[in-house]
Design a protein around this ligand. Structure first.
Ligand code: GLC
Length: 749
């Protein structure tokens, strides 16, 4: 009897503790904070890399990563650290079993040693799936997800990322990247949702919804981290982490809206831009981190620095004479948590600053309160991890199919001369060649098992390259010859010899997986070897189908006339090989649309939403907008027609809405998806209006001969812009609506 009573009492104690922990009110958290010492508060604001508490040296860890108990115990008892991130500088992907062991050890030691039992918050880059967990589902990179123009699909993809990140034992994902892709040279262009505010904002909403759902305490949801606030993607040089010149009006017009959308969707955390805007590093910029982010946007979540960016205020940006000044500058600007991440100087310096009175303890309280609330909302006070059995779908075929669907819907058909695609006659012999033909790494890009994604030993077994997928689907009539690495021709004679024996040639071009500063390039031109590969094969007279797997739009101009078809696949992820093969063979009807303007030359970078320029009436107008392919462009294996636009009223009166309709018909012989894009042309405005701007879109699927009415409900906000006073306004005037080739004038009051 006694044992039963004991069991019940124990169960009751745990149950109530769990319920209490889950329901820790703000007041309860405040009373917890009131018990905290300065050191404990500083510890909560400290995030270290796994490498600091693992066996081996910083950036030279013992593999697989193992906890060094002495280092962990020092981090907890002496520095009271509140957060740890990633896999250890220089290390890579970890199995779920090893993750479980690492995280259990961390949480167990923290429970044993932490005076106030505040859980440690683990964060990770799971930016196209749980890319640092072995066997996880890897999706197309964000640029490809944007090319689907399917926010619901992107939400589902992010929900899988959240599921598998939590299955790893981690509740915080440093994703999505919400920097706008206005500079295609940028090494992280593939991590963006492209160049357009409307499309990227829709994807931002979808990503946050997918990652966070209705409650981040769910064992299947994580805290998202909108990054990198703000203006990180548009440096003058196009190179990562180089100066940005950004007038406030342009900042508010192009680079703020995705973050506003994410905040409105409930994003829990934000990561700060490493760079400097107009000479002030963002990590030291009170106007951005407090006046804008907190006072104006009312963001209440946690602001975490990017890698080592407080120290960089001294050792790179030189706005601080020493680390102590750098810590003071960053904390007073509005930083909540420092991704230090490789030592504890930040802790010592911040404690000193508070004890000297240079930083009021009340300033720490602002950050600690946000951090404690985040941990409470994530449910960490009651459950830091869940059992493997809770995640039966981890790495499942179901999730792989969703990745395949996302890759399939991202693929963008840019050319299809004489409808050479889809390939129909399976008796034909194909030569498959090129650097991306037989490489999973070139399908995934960076942030794949390792930071730069170039390690070929850590790929998930069973995932197919383009070649393997074609061999599986097309049969024996496939001849393979690499023909060129990313930057050097190989076995030319052998290649050309094989080219003579086949009917058609599939050339797969690619780009070295890379990100951040290592991914900086001097030109968008393709390496000469890859151009030569296409030119030599074109000389054989055999029809060429070009497949492109690029981080960013590399210049295709010299070879576009030489090929019969161009299939642009972005970085399609682990299922990309199958999706590309199925597209070539017609199992997939491509429906992707470019989320960026495809430049015809490396220094001819103009966006579709360009301003009018003086096109001198001469043979070649050097101001002309002449991209290789337009934003929103993508062919299908079928055709669609649009009826004239019908509007519910000629005038959009104040406070009202207007319905805009048109009918779309599939006039071809196969089912296809079409992205109906609604643009507008503001005829006159107080700020030079764009030639056209996307304001709404819908993706529909139509069977052959099927016709569907597509309707948009618009209000004044759909035609708003940032005026010269940096206010978002909609001005009265004539607006021309554009859908496909159809136009309609309305008057906005
Ligand atoms: C990197 C990246 C950031 C990433 C962080 C942690 O420097 O800029 O996107 O989340 O460090 O890996």
């Amino acid at each position: 009897m006694k044992s039963k009573v004991l069991f019940f009492l124990t169960f009751f104690a745990f149950a109530t503790q769990g319920i209490l922990a889950q329901s820790m009110s703000d007041a309860a958290l405040d009373s917890l904070m009131a018990k905290m010492s300065v050191e404990e508060k500083v510890g909560q604001m400290t995030q270290i890399d796994l490498g600091v508490i693992a066996e081996g040296g910083i950036c030279a860890l013992k593999q697989p990563q193992q906890i060094n108990l002495a280092k962990l115990r020092e981090a907890i008892t002496k520095y009271k650290i509140g957060s740890i991130l990633n896999v250890g500088c220089g290390s890579g992907t970890i199995s779920r079993a090893d993750w479980s062991s690492l995280l259990q050890t961390i949480h167990k030691e923290n429970k044993k040693l932490s005076r106030l039992q505040i859980p440690i918050l683990y964060g990770i880059d799971a930016i196209h799936g749980a890319n640092y967990t072995k066997g996880a589902t890897l999706f197309p990179q964000q640029i490809g997800q944007a090319a689907t123009w399917n926010p619901l699909l992107v939400e589902k993809a992010n929900a899988v990322s959240a599921y598998e990140t939590r299955a790893t034992g981690i509740p915080w994902n440093f994703s999505p990247v919400l920097d706008l892709g206005r500079q295609p040279l940028w090494s992280r262009f593939f991590e963006t949702y492209g160049e357009d505010v409307c499309l990227a904002s829709a994807m931002a909403h979808a990503a946050i919804r997918g990652l966070q759902g209705d409650s981040v305490s769910s064992k299947y949801k994580v805290a998202a981290c909108m990054k990198h606030f703000l203006g990180y993607s548009f440096s003058l040089s196009g190179k990562d982490r180089t100066p940005v010149w950004l007038p406030e009006r342009e900042m508010r017009a192009y680079f703020l809206p995705t973050f506003q959308e994410a905040i409105a969707t409930g994003a829990k955390t934000v990561m700060i831009n490493s760079g400097d805007i107009n000479g002030t590093p963002v990590h030291a910029n009170y106007d951005i981190l407090t006046t804008l982010l907190r006072d104006e946007l009312k963001f209440e979540g946690v602001a975490v620095t990017d890698w080592e960016d407080i120290y960089k205020l001294e050792n790179l940006h030189r706005v601080a004479a020493n680390k102590k000044d750098a810590v003071k500058m960053a904390i007073m600007a509005g930083v909540d948590m420092s991704m230090v991440p490789n030592d504890f100087q930040f802790c010592d310096l911040l404690v000193q600053l508070v004890k000297e009175g240079a930083i009021p303890e009340s300033r720490l309280d602002l950050s600690v309160r946000r951090i404690l609330r985040l941990k409470r909302d994530l449910g960490l006070f009651s459950e830091t991890m869940f059992a493997n059995k809770d995640y039966p779908n981890f790495g499942s075929a179901t999730f792989a199919n969703l990745s395949y669907q996302t890759a399939s819907e991202s693929i963008t058909l840019l050319k299809n001369k004489e409808r050479i695609l889809p390939l129909r006659d399976t008796k034909e012999k194909l030569l498959v060649c090129g650097p991306a033909a037989h490489s999973l790494n070139l399908l995934n890009g960076a942030w794949t098992h390792t930071w730069q994604g170039v390690d070929t030993t850590t790929n998930t077994p069973g995932k197919k390259t383009i070649l393997q997928a074609l061999q599986q689907q097309w049969g024996s009539a496939i001849v393979y010859e690499k023909g060129a690495s990313l930057d050097a021709l190989q076995e030319e004679e052998q290649l050309l010899g094989k080219a003579k024996t086949v009917d058609k040639i599939v050339v797969c071009l690619g780009e070295l997986p890379c990100t951040e500063v290592p991914g900086n390039i001097k030109s968008l031109d393709l390496p000469e070897a890859q151009l030569q590969l296409v030119k030599q094969l074109a000389a054989t007279g055999k029809p060429i189908i070009l497949v492109c797997c690029f981080n960013r739009p590399r210049i295709l101009t010299p070879i576009i006339p030489l090929v019969a078809a161009i299939v642009y696949a972005y970085l399609p992820g682990d299922e990309g090989g199958m999706a590309i093969a199925d597209c070539l063979l017609g199992k997939v009807n491509p429906s992707g649309k470019l989320p960026f303007t495809y430049p015809a030359a490396s220094n001819d970078l103009v966006h579709y939403d360009r301003k009018r320029t003086e096109d001198l009436d001469i043979d070649f107008s050097m101001n002309a907008y002449q991209p290789s392919f337009d934003f929103g462009f993508g062919l299908s294996y079928t055709q669609f027609t649009y009826t004239p636009i019908i509007i519910s009223a000629d005038t959009l009166t104040k406070g009202s809405k207007i319905l805009v309709n048109c009918k779309v018909k599939n006039t071809g012989a196969v089912k296809g998806a079409e992205v109906v894009q609604l643009y507008y042309n503001d005829l006159v405005a107080s700020i030079t209006p764009s030639v056209k701007k996307l304001t709404a879109f819908q993706k529909i699927v139509l069977a052959p001969n099927e016709e569907q009415r597509v309707q948009f409900e618009l209000d004044a906000a759909h035609f708003s812009f940032i005026n010269k006073n940096n206010e978002r306004v909609t001005e009265p005037g004539w607006i021309e609506l554009l859908i496909d080739q159809q136009k309609k004038l309305i008057y906005v009051e």
